[in-house]
Design a protein around this ligand. Structure first.
Ligand code: UDX
Ligand code: UDX
Length: 453
C-alpha cells in the first residue's frame, strides 16, 4: 500500500515518520510545495527540532519514507492521502481574524480531484472547522469523473516538544467517517494503520462532525485550564497565596487532575489561539453569541497575562527600560521545539522594544530569522536586538533577565556568576516557574516571577 501526506510541517512530518516506522509494508511519501523544506527533510538537519525525531526519520528515510515536491505523482499513486497543510486564522475578508483560512485545504481537495484516476481515502489531518469535510466532499463530487472518494477526519493531538512520544503512545486516536458502508470501510482502513502500534481500545471512531469538533474542543479545554490558573495567579499576587500551591492543591482532586495547571506568561503555539478564535467564529455563524463570548474570555485572559508581565517588568525598573539591556532567555513557545509561532515572547519583546529597551536574545533552537520574522523585523530594522550564542553571554551586563521558555539548560546556569556580571540592581523575572526562586533570592536576585510572591 502507498500513502501520501500533503504538508511536511510540524504535524505531517513526524506523524508520517511514525507510520513509516511502524508499518514497514506501507510506502509513505510526504509531499510539500516548499522545496527548501523538503530539501531539509532529506538532509541531516531536519526543518523541525523535536527530541527523538532525527533517529525516527533516519530509521525509515529512503526505505519506506520519502520526502518530495512531486505532489501530483504521489497523489496519483496513493490509496490514502492525508491533508496536513496549515489552516491559519484568516487575514482578509469575511471572518477576518477569527475564521480558519481553508484555501490550502480547498486547493488540496481540487488537486486530488483533478489528478486521481481511482477512488481515494482522503484524511483530514489539519485542524479544521466542523463541517469542513462537507466542503471537501462537494469539491471532490463536482469534478469526480465518476469516482467515489471517501473523506475521513483524523485530527492529530500531538504536542510539539513531545511529538515522538505522543505519536508512539497516544491517549487516543480519533477517526471520524461518513455514516455509510463505504465510510465504515474507510475508517476501518485508517484504524488498521494505527492498530499496528496503538491498542484497539484507544482507537475511537465517531461520525465526521464529532471528530472535527472534538479537536477544536480539546484545544479549547486545554487552553481554558491555562487561562483559569493564570487568572488565579493575578489574585494570588494580591493575596499572598502561592499559585503553585493552589495548583497542586486543586490538581490533587482527581476530578480536576494535575496537568495543564502551570501558571505561565500565557500560552502560545500555532494551535490554541487559532482554534479558539475559530470555535468562536463557528458559534457566531450558528447564532450562538453567548457560547462565543464564553470561549473568547480564554483569549482575553491570555492577553491580560502577557501585558501584566510587561507591566511588572516596567514597575520594577522605575517605569523605564529605555536603553537598558534586557536578556531574553528562550523565544520558542515552549521547550524542546524550534517553533516560535504565537510565542508569548513575541508580544513581550515587541512591547519592550516600544519602551526602547535593548534586547539580548538567546534561544537554543529558534533561529535568528524566525525571531525576526515573528516580530515583523529584518536585520536592518532590528538595531536594538543582539542575538547571542549562549545564555551567559545574553545576561552579561544586563539589567534584567527574562526567562520566557522553560528550556532545561536554563535550570543549570551558574546564576551566581551571571549575577556578578549584571548591572546593579539586577532584576530577574521567571515567567515559567522554572527555578527555585528562594534559591535565587538567597544569591541576591530580586525575584518577581509572575504567579509568585
Ligand atoms: C498543522 C495543521 O495542518 C494545522 O491545521 C494544525 O492546526 C496544526 O498542525 P503544521 O504542521 O504545524 O500545521 O503546519 P506547518 O508546519 O505550517 O506545515 C504545513 C505545510 O504544508 C508547509 O510546509 C507548507 O509548505 C505545506 N503546504 C501548504 C503545501 O504543501 N501545500 C499547500 O497548498 C499549502
Ligand atoms: C497543543 C495541544 O496540547 C495538542 O494536543 C494539539 O495537538 C496542538 O496544540 P502544543 O501547542 O504543541 O499542543 O503544546 P502544549 O504543550 O499544549 O503547550 C501550548 C502552550 O501552553 C505553551 O505555550 C505552553 O507553555 C503553555 N502551557 C502549557 C502553560 O502555560 N501551562 C501549562 O500548564 C501547559
Amino acid at each position: 500500500m502507498k500513502i501520501c501526506c500533503i504538508g511536511a510541517g510540524y504535524v505531517g512530518g513526524p506523524t508520517m515518520a511514525m507510520i513509516a516506522e511502524k508499518c514497514p509494508n506501507i510506502e509513505v511519501c510526504v509531499v510539500d510545495i516548499n522545496q527548501e523544506r523538503i530539501d531539509a527533510w532529506n538532509s541531516e538537519k531536519l526543518p523541525i527540532y523535536e527530541p527523538g525525531l532525527d533517529a525516527l526519520v533516519a530509521k525509515s528515510r529512503g526505505k519506506n519514507l520519502f520526502f518530495s515536491t512531486e505532489v501530483d505523482q504521489n497523489i496519483k499513486e496513493s490509496e490514502i492521502i492525508f491533508i496536513s497543510v496549515n489552516t491559519p486564522t484568516k487575514e482578509y475578508g469575511s471572518g477576518l481574524g477569527q475564521a480558519a483560512d481553508l484555501r490550502f485545504v480547498e486547493s488540496c481537495a481540487r488537486r486530488i480531484s483533478e489528478i486521481s484516476e481511482d477512488n481515494k481515502i482522503i484524511v483530514e489531518k489539519s485542524t479544521v472547522p466542523v463541517r469542513t469535510a462537507e466542503m471537501v466532499q462537494s469539491i471532490l463530487k463536482s469534478t469526480s469523473k465518476g469516482l467515489h472518494h471517501q473523506v475521513v477526519s483524523n485530527p492529530e493531538f500531538l504536542a510539539e516538544g513531545t511529538a515522538v512520544q505522543d505519536l508512539l503512545c497516544p491517549d487516543r486516536v480519533l477517526i471520524g467517517g461518513e455514516d455509510s458502508t463505504e465510510g465504515n470501510v474507510a475508517v476501518g482502513k485508517i484504524a488498521e494503520i494505527y492498530a499496528k502500534w496503538v491498542s484497539k481500545d484507544r482507537i475511537i471512531t465517531t461520525n465526521l462532525w464529532s471528530s472535527e469538533l472534538s479537536k477544536l474542543t480539546a484545544n479549547a479545554f486545554l487552553a481554558q485550564r491555562i487561562s483559569s490558573i493564570n487568572a488565579i495567579s493575578a489574585l494570588c499576587e494580591e493575596t499572598e497565596a502561592n499559585v503553585d500551591e493552589v495548583a497542586a492543591a486543586i490538581g490533587a482532586d482527581s476530578r480536576i487532575g494535575s496537568k495543564f495547571l502551570k501558571s505561565s506568561i500565557g500560552f502560545g503555539g500555532s494551535c490554541f489561539q487559532k482554534d479558539i478564535l475559530n470555535l468562536c467564529y463557528l458559534c457566531r455563524y450558528f447564532r450562538l453569541p453567548e457560547v462565543a463570548k464564553y470561549w473568547e474570555q480564554v483569549i482575553v485572559i491570555n492577553e491580560y497575562q502577557k501585558e501584566r508581565f510587561v507591566t511588572r517588568i516596567l514597575d520594577s525598573m522605575y517605569n523605564t527600560v529605555s536603553a537598558k539591556k534586557i536578556a531574553i532567555l528562550g523565544f520558542a513557545f515552549k521547550k524542546d521545539t524550534n517553533d516560535a509561532r504565537e510565542s508569548p515572547a513575541i508580544g513581550i519583546c515587541k512591547r519592550l522594544l516600544e519602551e526602547k529597551a535593548e534586547l539580548a536574545i538567546y534561544d537554543p533552537q529558534v533561529p535568528k530569522e524566525s525571531v525576526l520574522s515573528s516580530m515583523g523585523l529584518t536585520e536592518d530594522t532590528a538595531e536594538s536586538i543582539v542575538f547571542c550564542e549562549t545564555a551567559p553571554e545574553a545576561c552579561c551586563h544586563s539589567h534584567c533577565i527574562l526567562i520566557l521558555t522553560e528550556w532545561e539548560e536554563f535550570r543549570n546556569l551558574d546564576y551566581e556568576s551571571i549575577y556578578k556580571k549584571m548591572k546593579k540592581p539586577a532584576i530577574f523575572f521567571d515567567g515559567r516557574n522554572l527555578l527555585d526562586l528562594n534559591e535565587l533570592r538567597s544569591i541576591g536576585f530580586i525575584a518577581k516571577g509572575i504567579g509568585k510572591a
